[in-house]
Design a protein around this ligand. Structure first.
Ligand SMILES: Cc1cc2nc3c(=O)[nH]c(=O)nc-3n(C[C@H](O)[C@H](O)[C@H](O)COP(=O)(O)O)c2cc1C
Length: 384
């Protein structure tokens, strides 16, 4: 299938499956344990219905809005995704370029393959950076210094991964970066020759923000080894205070799923919070993000900006999240599938599909400006 024939995110997912080695495709298409929360993120969106209105003026529609005060062409950002550069060679650079061209923010993960400096050099534009807090605070300070130097315009602090949840597929596949060269892994890669060729054309095969920047990381291969050794089991709101002070710029706190934590994040000085369960990859059995959004909006919606991620698979999901109080949303897997399917153009295709669906659905709801969308557009939010 050609990229231009892909009409849905699911089309891009099928293409990615045929183009990305199994271990890396599975890494994206997986959740923790039984994957219940991963499934709920999508299926709960599908339970929400929209109000249809007719005979309303629909010319000059606009999806433009702001996220943390930055202009965006639509209320969408790209999520931080570890090892994006294993879905496609130089994947982080390609995704960041597509986001820049689309006028939406790109968030680089701490666990990326391309480094902060690689993105700054390739895009020559501000981007967002996601921080995992390591026990080695020198590493954290050094990383924040690098981010400031690279013109990073917002720090996304992920708080829901002090421990790494078990994802069965990754363990079964023996996932590492760079990949191991066992017969099984060689077979998986050899069956995707274009992927291999592109990988041979880059020297970016390991964790660019960590390897060589943190102590004992010269032979870093496995995310799970690193997380077990370095992720801060004692991370708390005091840690957020010193990170916020050291950073000094816009701060977005990611991984909020409970109103009490939302209030604590506001108290800690978050400019925005992301209602998120890490795409169903951490606490399996936790509720979907869209399900808890209304209660979090009720608790802190007048005190901070609220974003959401998890389960956005079409433009209507963006509309629903926006109507229920999220100022903006993020996508993870949808753009990873686009990237695997067709590199930068594939990510652009992902964004275009979502933009078209959002615009069309907003118009059919009788709205012509995204900033006017609200709970009046929701027919039922009963997810039972
Ligand atoms: C393959 C993969 C890797 C991820 N890596 C990170 C990461 O490094 N840092 C982070 O904060 N979140 C990470 N996430 C979570 C995403 O940022 C985001 O919360 C999630 O993907 C949103 O759900 P969606 O994929 O349904 O859009 C990852 C998600 C996936 C699927």
């Amino acid at each position: 299938m050609k990229l231009t024939n892909a009409l849905t995110i699911d089309d891009l997912k099928k293409m990615a499956k045929n183009r990305v080695p199994k271990m890396f495709f599975d890494y994206a298409d997986s959740g923790a344990l039984t994957e219940q929360t991963y499934r709920d993120n999508e299926s709960d969106f599908a339970k929400i219905r929209l109000v249809q209105r007719i005979a309303r003026s629909l010319s000059n529609r606009s999806l433009k809005t702001t996220m943390i005060g930055q202009d965006v062409s639509m209320p969408l950002a790209l999520s931080p995704i570890g090892m994006t550069g294993m879905q496609r060679a130089n994947g982080e650079i390609l995704a960041a370029l597509a986001a820049k061209k689309a006028g939406i923010p790109y968030t680089l993960s701490t666990m990326s393959i391309c480094s902060i400096e690689d993105i700054a050099e390739a895009t020559k534009a501000p981007f967002w950076f996601q921080l995992y807090v390591m026990r080695d605070h020198d590493y954290v300070r050094n990383t924040l210094d690098r981010a400031k130097k690279a013109n990073v315009s917002a720090l996304v602090l992920t708080m829901d991964l002090q421990m790494l949840a078990q994802r069965h597929k990754d363990l079964r596949n023996g996932l590492t970066a760079p990949p191991r060269f066992t017969p099984k892994h060689i077979f998986q890669m050899a069956s995707r020759p274009m992927w291999c060729l592109r990988m041979l054309g880059t020297n970016k095969h390991s964790f660019g923000n960590i390897k060589g920047h943190a102590k004992g990381t010269d032979n870093l291969r496995s995310i799970s080894t690193w997380t077990h050794d370095q992720f801060d089991l004692e991370l708390n709101w005091d840690s957020v205070a010193w990170i916020r002070d050291y950073w000094g710029g816009k701060l977005i706190i990611k991984g909020i799923l409970d109103a009490r934590d939302a209030k604590a994040a506001v108290k800690a000085g978050a400019d925005a919070i992301i209602v998120s369960n890490h795409g169903g990859r951490q606490l399996d059995g936790a509720p979907s993000s869209i399900r808890v959004l209304p209660e979090i909006v009720k608790a802190v919606g007048d005190k901070t900006e609220i974003h959401l991620d998890g389960g956005i698979r079409n433009g209507q999901d963006i509309l629903k999240a926006r109507a229920l109080g999220a100022q903006g949303v993020y996508i993870g897997r949808p753009y990873i599938y686009g990237l695997g399917a067709g590199g930068e153009k594939g990510v652009t295709r992902t964004i275009d599909i979502l933009r078209n669906e959002l615009d069309m659905s907003m118009g059919l709801c009788g709205e012509r400006n995204i900033d006017n969308v609200g709970t009046h557009n929701i027919y039922s939010n009963d997810l039972s």
